[in-house]
Design a protein around this ligand. Structure first.
Ligand code: ZN
Length: 246
């Protein structure tokens, strides 16, 4: 863990000018840390370029091609998801369950009461940091509202569970496994007792997702994957990204 890790979850809020959501210690760190400042700058540029691009599309592009592009893209995503499922099904057959299973433990944790209830992402993030001693890989997920969190321990694995509510009111839990997480790649589906679960193996870490519908679970998985992609890009070559955007 680098000294900057606990502060990285607030980069998006800082870049979006929401400094009131950011703890004072983070503001102080970012002000004096060249790496973090660069990351905020890169994020800000990225956001403004994305906004410009989408405004341009909304204003100028004819409607029909956009629908066509979207449909093609959805089909490609569905095909990729189907391929992942086939691979995951084979992997599941081969994986034994000799050790206490952190995935089962995460599913059990997700049905337990919240230990902190708050819709303030920075407050929940700080609570998780204090409870687990680690910065959470991602707290804000696109289109989801944080409602609280809890922390559980099983032998060799810490489980930090963050619970969200989606716009239609569905509930979804994301449990980050710290320690001996199951190996794998991409998104894996598994039936843990009666609950279907998704296991996301991302660059940010491994998360177990449970929820009130499979649609909302896949939505959370997609949000984690896209957050991981941007985080990786920003962490690996922030200066090149800034140069490219400028
Ligand atoms: Zn830093």
């Amino acid at each position: 863990m680098s000294a900057c890790d606990p502060y990285r979850q607030f980069v998006a809020a800082l870049a979006d000018g929401e400094a009131e959501l950011v703890p004072a210690a983070t503001l102080d760190h970012v002000e004096h840390c060249a790496d973090c400042s660069r990351e905020v700058q890169a994020h800000r540029l990225l956001t403004s370029r994305l906004r410009e691009a989408s405004e341009h599309l909304d204003g100028a592009a004819p409607r029909r091609p956009r629908v066509w592009v979207r449909t093609r893209r959805s089909a490609a995503i569905a095909a990729a998801a189907a391929a992942l499922l086939a691979v995951a099904a084979v992997a599941a057959v081969w994986s034994g369950l000799s050790r206490p299973d952190p995935v089962q433990a995460a599913v059990a944790a997700s049905s337990q009461p919240l230990q902190i209830q708050s819709t303030d992402p920075s407050q929940v993030g700080e609570w998780c940091f204090r409870a687990s001693g680690r910065g959470l890989p991602a707290i804000q997920l696109d289109g989801m509202r944080v409602i609280g969190a809890r922390m559980d321990r099983v032998p060799s694995t810490d489980i930090v569970t963050v619970v969200y509510s989606a716009p239609a009111g569905e509930r979804v839990s994301v449990s980050w496994l710290e320690g001996q997480a199951p190996v794998g790649s991409g998104v894996e589906t598994r039936s843990a007792s009666v609950h279907p679960v998704l296991i996301v193996h991302s660059a940010l870490g491994t998360a177990v997702i449970t929820g009130s519908s499979s649609a909302v679970m896949w939505k959370a998985a997609a949000a984690i994957e896209s957050t991981a992609t941007w985080a990786q890009l920003l962490a690996s070559r922030p200066q090149q990204l800034v140069d490219q955007l400028l």
